[in-house]
Design a protein around this ligand. Structure first.
Ligand code: NOJ
Ligand code: CA
Length: 517
């Protein structure tokens, strides 16, 4: 297995949902020049890497995850030259930028799809998964039909406006299915690899890959068919661009790593394996002070420990996150003090951490915000960045931003938090700089969870190049005691109240302590 690029050892990611970040031309929609304008802000916080949600030409029925042209920047965000300039400006500042790669489907407006809809056989006939008759539906998958002359139903991936690209079936079971090695799927793989190559050759540093586990249909439970396809694409790109980084939306690090990915997200969806949900969401978040650790804590940390060991062995990572554009914000089910302890965990534990724009100032999920561009319940996490307390929070000069600014912008915004030394913004900036000062906190440094994994406090050791740290976090409203592993251990950082007596550390409610030895 290829080791991940060196830069991932210290990468600290900031996710940008471009339409909501910063608008520079007054049309009410964030743009690439806006991202460039805010690079110094992001770098100033301590981040050195960016994940940009889709920036491609699209009819925006799913916020740009319905791509019409993989190689063209959506005019509302600017031009391809703006994207290339963004890469350049980021690199000048020692930062990396990864794009969102949406391999599984296109928009129904994509020229490939339009040609695939024609009854006459052509180059794109097998680019999507079509059944042989309009009355036949792909077994076990959703499909649409009836708005074209080709006789068949076409499989969809997410929304109905997102027909599934054809990467083949693991095993052929019905007459219309092809295996991944057949010419149709192979030409999909060829053209999609070409999309990756295109952006890499213009300066991108890698990709976050959408729905990465689902390319090959009727796959084995451990996704062997999909793994093979990814290897074909990733190995080709890494051969040409050894520094390229691939991050997957998979939520099963072992499978993702086996498929060639460097990093896999630990996501928050309740229904996905290895989900991070129980840490900060639901009725029983681990980081809620008032609740005892849930039953899921033990298996969760147990599993995480095993994953960390494996990641260490092969030089790959999982990615703990604050949230993303698909889930309620980190502040939804826990309060600001609790969020602070979660951030302490995020930035002292192993892995490549990702922070969703606005979480550094405690932006909130807007319950009930009407949907736009396929957001539905996700709308509440996609509102414009709150830069200051002016009419549109400094996001745009337009008086009608495409998503309304959250009315709490007077209380929650970058400008006012800059002025308050106790703000979340300062807290996050401080944590990031602390992480960078300690090799034992590098993304690849060893982690060993200590004590019972079913309870609080959360205690773990990090170690690299001779530096050892013990991190003890007490996300509870009860005092907790922790045994100090070495008598010379010294406290190098703390939050909240604690007492250190001989070999015992007493953590008051809502506190954390870091010892070095
Ligand atoms: C996952 C993305 O994060 C989400 O926003 C999108 O709607 C679906 N995949 C479909 O591409
Ligand atoms: Ca704009």
């Amino acid at each position: 297995m290829i080791q991940s690029p060196e830069w991932l050892k210290k990468a600290l990611f900031y996710e940008i949902y471009p339409q909501s970040f910063y608008d520079t031309n007054g049309d009410g929609i964030g743009d690439l020049n806006g991202v460039i304008a805010k690079l110094d802000y992001i770098k100033g916080l301590g981040f050195n890497a960016i994940w940009l949600n889709p920036i491609y030409d699209s009819p925006f029925y799913d916020a740009g995850y319905d791509v019409r042209d993989f190689k063209k920047v959506a005019p509302r965000y600017g031009t391809n030259e703006d994207a290339y300039r963004l890469f350049e400006e980021a690199h000048k500042r020692g930062m990396h930028v990864i794009l969102d790669f949406v391999p599984g489907h296109t928009s129904i407006d994509h020229p490939w799809f339009k040609k695939s809809c024609l009854p006459e056989k052509n180059e794109y006939t097998d680019r999507y998964v079509w059944t042989n008759d309009v009355g036949q539906f792909p077994k076990g998958y959703r499909s649409i039909n009836g708005f074209y002359d080709r006789n068949g139903s076409v499989m969809t991936n997410f929304f109905s406006i997102q027909p599934a690209l054809n990467y083949g079936f693991y095993k052929k079971e019905e007459n219309y299915q092809q295996t991944s090695d057949e010419p149709g799927p192979q030409s999909t793989i060829h053209d999609m690899t070409d999309v990756l190559r295109f952006w890499m050759s213009h300066g991108a540093d890698g990709f976050r890959c959408d729905m990465a586990d689902s390319l090959v249909k009727n796959d084995t439970p451990d996704h062997q068919g999909t793994a093979k396809v990814w290897h074909q694409m990733i190995d080709a790109i890494k051969g040409e661009f050894p520094e390229a980084v691939f991050v997957s939306e998979w939520n099963s690090p072992y499978e993702s790593w086996n498929s060639g990915f460097d990093v896999d997200f630990l996501l928050f969806q309740e229904w996905v394996k290895d989900g991070n949900f129980m840490l900060i969401h639901g009725d029983h978040p681990y980081f809620s002070f008032a609740k005892p650790a849930s039953l899921f804590a033990k298996p969760y940390f147990h599993n995480l420990q095993a994953m960390a060991k494996e990641g260490e062995k092969i030089g790959h990572y999982y990615a703990p996150i604050t949230g993303n554009h698909d889930v309620p914000r980190v502040s939804h089910d826990i309060n600001e003090e609790e969020v602070k302890l979660y951030m302490a965990y995020l930035y002292t534990s192993r892995g490549v951490p990702f922070l969703y724009y606005g979480d550094e100032i405690g932006m909130t999920y807007w319950e009930g915000l009407p949907s736009k561009e396929g957001a539905y319940a996700r709308a509440g996490s996609r509102t414009p960045m709150q830069w200051d307390s002016s009419a549109q929070a400094g996001f745009t000069t337009s008086d009608s931003p495409y998503f309304p600014v959250n009315p709490n912008k007077d209380a929650i915004n970058v400008a006012s938090e800059e002025l308050d030394p106790h703000s979340l913004l300062h807290y996050v900036r401080d944590l990031l700089s602390f992480r960078k000062e300690h090799v034992a906190l590098d993304n690849d440094a060893n982690i060993t969870f200590i004590a019972q994994l079913h309870a609080k406090p959360l205690v773990y050791q990090r170690e690299k190049d001779g530096e050892k740290l013990l991190i003890a976090i007490n996300p509870s409203n009860k005092e907790a005691k922790v045994e100090i592993p070495e008598k010379d251990a010294k406290v190098i950082r703390s939050y909240g109240e604690y007492a250190k007596e001989k070999r015992t550390l007493t953590l008051k409610e809502g506190s954390y302590v870091i010892l070095q030895y």
